[in-house]
Design a protein around this ligand. Structure first.
Ligand code: PA5
Length: 446
């Protein structure tokens, strides 16, 4: 089994009576996903995606990624939120956080358009000087400011460098099938386009072209990733609550939330999972944080952060619980050498494998945090690979949908994301926002 929920470190924090009491709510929530009768049911395309995806487009993704690998040394992925986090998470998880620095026969991959920082963009533009570049702009709406502005800048760069015809071959667009400015513009310019399906929201889109094209460009086996997700679908879609770890995880986090544990920390002992945690935070933050409700999703990488946030987790406000992803094996073996003089007093570790030491740090921390009053949910994974990435994605997506319904929110909308945009547009003088601009300027004067 690729994933397994381990509840050992919840002992004393969640009782059988509590899980039994809430079971009917979880069953009903799971049924809302299956029957497609819940709020936001127009956005359930991710449920069957691993088993039922557009095979023609999938083949085009593979063909385009092979062309991109030949054409360029730098591949710039332009997108924000759900339009970039999944791909970045997959590349770091399946390959390495140092992917760009590794010896490899695939292009470096940089992510732009996820900030409005001029310095961040200027750095990537400098990296692109004197190197062959292809870009993939990803925006479901086709109107998001950050990627739209960045795309304009990169389009100019590519057209200057390769001419309009040459640039056309190097620009790949992932957007709505038929509507939006980006789609219109791409059709006019003749760019190759890929689709963000209507019924899949940004944060659930990593296994569509949104994630798959950049992931394939990085040389990652997307067939294995889809297989992992398809296997997880078999396990978590139809299994009853008692045998369904994804729904069970939703139950546990809802019980903890109702007992005042308002913050969930996703923990991993692998730095390669840091961006996966960023993907997870968006998934849960945007899906549940609404109507004055929702767990606050945060993340740490231990043991690194045991030396920064560890103190707070051990002894600070008791309003949190941890969900630990335990990677049982590592693809890399590093053995601690013996020192005949034992100057550093570390010979008790001689011959030990670093991954085993890391997992002992984990077990020690689980007990310490339990003793400090912090419940821990453990998700055991046999290792970091494509299949397990796909399985984790599906596991967390299913759990998020069930959990959101249990909480009584629509897990598929994100109305709050618009508030800053409207103010920004008004302040920047976008036509149609004149009244809001005047109101904001009056507030600034006060
Ligand atoms: O999950 C979501 O829907 C959002 O985070 C979007 O992915 C993000 O806002 C980017 O939107 P778009 O792809 O329309 O540019």
């Amino acid at each position: 089994m690729a994933l397994r929920l381990n509840e050992t470190y919840l002992n004393g924090f969640v009782s059988t009576a509590e899980t039994e009491k809430i079971a009917h709510v979880a069953e009903a929530s799971l049924e809302l996903v299956r029957s497609r009768r819940g709020a936001g049911n127009g956005f359930l395309g991710w449920v069957n995606l691993p088993a039922d995806y557009d095979k023609e487009e999938y083949a085009r993704i593979k063909a385009a990624s092979a062309r991109i690998q030949k054409m360029c040394g730098v591949f710039v992925v332009i997108g924000i939120g759900g339009s970039y986090l999944g791909a970045r998470a997959a590349i770091e998880f399946c390959r390495s956080p140092y992917y760009n620095n590794l010896k490899k026969d695939t292009p470096d991959v940089y992510f732009a358009g996820n900030t409005i920082s001029s310095s961040a963009l200027a750095d990537i533009l400098r990296i692109c000087e004197d190197r062959d570049v292809c870009i993939n702009v990803i925006s479901k709406s086709g109107t998001t400011t950050e990627p739209a502005v960045t795309f304009r800048i990169f389009r100019e760069l590519l057209e200057k460098k390769y001419g309009e015809e040459g640039a056309r071959e190097r620009i790949f667009v992932t957007t709505d099938r038929a509507k939006g400015k980006l789609k219109e513009f791409s059709t006019k310019k003749g760019y190759e386009t890929f689709v963000v399906p209507d019924d899949i929201g940004g944060r659930y889109s990593v296994l569509t072209a949104v994630g798959l094209l950049p992931i394939a460009v990085a040389g990652i086996d997307i067939d294995a990733m889809m297989k992992g997700a398809a296997d997880a679908r078999e396990k978590y879609l139809n299994a009853p609550l008692a045998e369904n770890d994804a729904a069970r995880y939703a139950v546990l986090r809802n019980i903890l939330y109702n007992k005042g544990k308002s913050m969930e920390i996703l923990v991993s002992y692998e730095p390669a999972a840091q961006m996966f945690a960023e993907w997870w935070k968006q998934l849960y933050g945007e899906s549940e944080g609404k109507d004055g409700k929702g767990l606050y999703p945060s993340s740490v990488i231990f043991s690194t952060d045991l030396h920064s946030l560890g103190q707070y987790v051990q002894e600070g406000l008791r309003t949190m619980f941890e969900t630990v992803i335990d990677f049982k094996s590592s693809a890399d073996t590093v053995v601690i050498p013996n020192d005949p003089h034992d100057i550093d007093g570390l010979n008790f570790l001689s011959g030990k494998e670093l991954h085993d030491v890391n997992r002992m740090a984990m077990t020690g921390t689980l007990f310490a945090h339990n003793d400090g009053g912090v419940p821990n949910i453990l998700i055991e994974v046999d290792g970091r690979n494509e299949e397990n990435f796909g399985a984790l994605v599906y596991f967390f997506e299913m759990a998020c949908a069930v959990s959101g319904y249990m909480l009584g929110v629509n897990p598929f909308d994100q109305p709050g994301v618009e508030a800053y945009k409207k103010n920004m547009y008004a302040l920047l003088g976008k036509p149609g926002y004149e009244e809001q601009k005047a109101a904001l300027e009056a507030r600034m004067k006060n």
